[in-house]
Design a binder for this molecule. Sequence first.
Ligand code: MOS
Length: 735
Amino acid sequence: MSETLNTQKPRIDGALKLSGGADYTADINLDGQLYGYPVGSAIASGELEGLELEEALGMPGVVDIFHHDNFDSTLKHSPNSFAEKNTVSEPRLPFEDTTIHYHGQYIALVVADTFEHARAAAQNVKGKYRANDQVTSQLDELDADNVAGLPGVLQEGDGQSRGEADAAYENAEVTLDHHYSIATETHAAMELHASTATWSGDHLTVYESTQGVVFQRHALSHVFSMPPEQINVISHFIGSGFGGKLFMWPHAIMTAVASRRLKRPVKTVVPRQSVFTSAGSRPRSMQRVRLGARADGTLTSIRHDGSNETAFVGMHNDTVISATPSMYACENVAVTNRVGEVNHGMPCPMRAPGEAPGLFALETAMDELAWQLEMDPVELRKKNFAERDPASDLPWSSNHLIECWDNAAKRFGWENRTAEIGAMREGDEIIGYGMASQSWEAMRLQCSARVTFLADGRLQVSCGTQDIGTGTYTIVAQTASELSGVPIEDIDVRLGDSSLPSGPLSGGSFATATVLPAVKAALDAATQALIDKVTQDGQAFSDVDSESIELNDRALTYGDRSIPVTTLLEELGIGQVTAEASAEPGDEKNDYSFRSFGAVFVEVRWDPGISRLKVERIVSTIDIGRAINPMTARNQVEGGLVMGLGMALFEQTEYDKSGYLYNANLADYIVPVHADIPPIDVELLDYPDYHLNAFGARGVGEIGLTGIAAAISNAVYHATGKRIRDLPISIERLL
Ligand code: MOS
């Protein structure tokens, strides 16, 4: 079955989206609905001593204003447990106390009859503050060579260290020791976060733009002390999330409380500025990498010490060292990560958390080592290829990194590179070539799904996961179609509803590997339920051993006998047959290490006369196991590469010395636009990884964003001779 599940297929929801028919959260309007608009703190650290509300309360259409003194005091913290599926982004409840922990922290929610009225009134709510002086962290001092006695949580790398990294470094023939930093980034998904809450008796329905309807249902159930069955979270279409919508944010709680109090639906669309201040970021990180090697390039020591900022309102370890222990065959590896608190909004996972920042440092350091050794950077990596996972000492489930390096180099034309800085020119431009390795862990979780044979021949597939724009609807339909013989147009996929059988977050690149086995299990169960009915006395297959009956091409077959499912349902006199089933990983993690790998090559052009840097082209070869849909999979890699280009050259959430986030909009927070995006050549290798699941798919959402920033900085060095270890590589850093 899975052999043919590797076909290009446009998104089945594409036409609906392009024609405006897709119901994104902010598009949903309920009868009698009111509008919430949040007010954010003007300071980053201090006390909220009071609110001036009178003027706002008297403005047109204003119904109520919620804040610390009149909020719901019965709310409870979610346990914030990933295993129990109730993780929240910001553990602090909205308006919980009057301490200000970051600029933009919600201090009030205005509710009015229209969006415009709510917004106008919100602009007239004034906070009275007592500001503290100290707002920023000692992250610079937290940097790993100077940590003694400083605050911060130290993680010694979760036991991932091995050998004697320090001793091996001291004895190495060639050594390198450099510091790297990456600015705070904001997810800046096109679609704003939004939440609409409505109560019916003691039942709460929340329409939310979320990467996890099931997680939000469980989190709400703890916050409101209600059984999960009384809460439903709906998210049919999502204009991307990149991790910023994985877990519930305070606006959803504020909105649900307001709706309960006012006994009307309330919709809050989080303003763009608040998305920046109060809905997540990839935290600023500092990294130090020390490499020791023999003169022939063999790595003898890797020491990678990372640190990242977190907020005072919650702990987020960005694990920038996570990929390092598995990347190269090296006997002595030590990794640590430290976390320091700052008066910024809560950080959270952002696409390829850990790997994207971590591989910027490691893969830039590898390039620096190659120059020191006068080796080709591809050859240096090949010299240190890990035949098995050196971190776990397990064999790889499947690893074609060497082919990634070779293929991408060939497609790119790496053999044309001159190993000399600034030597490749065309007209006024200096050409730089750079490359890096890419990697992302492959995961699979438990999942349930439901399949229903309908009387009209359609097949309905339901799962409580969601499609954040990546193509989940499409690959579920492809899979169900492939397994059942029902044409893809006749597959009805239901996602984005927490009342459906429990499905995974759309995150971690694990949705595909997690959901498809559950779809198969549910289809098998529904088929069996149908077979059980048609083998009863008087039915079409009553004379047949039920184990010999198969589902083929929309019909049950036994030998020459083939009866369409629609006919069977009609004969049975029932409208449908339905079944729910679950699938979960086995113990394969004890036997294999699961990672995806890739290689990315970049050409940059530097025009020193006009100080213009541009990325000219990108080539990436990726090994993700089997791509269920190479069209949407390639699309994911391309998106990751574009986002990595932004990380390398533009993205920077900026705070002033008082902690004020001053580029909280899409004009001043720079992301790549079409003019910045070069031709991108993505090659997907096709080596199904059947150790992970029967479909051979390892997932694809994040790997494209790994390595690319290093490849760009390495190309910039080749062109300019300037080694930029701090992202973004803004023009000032090249002058
Ligand atoms: Mo991804 S950071 O798991 O949305």
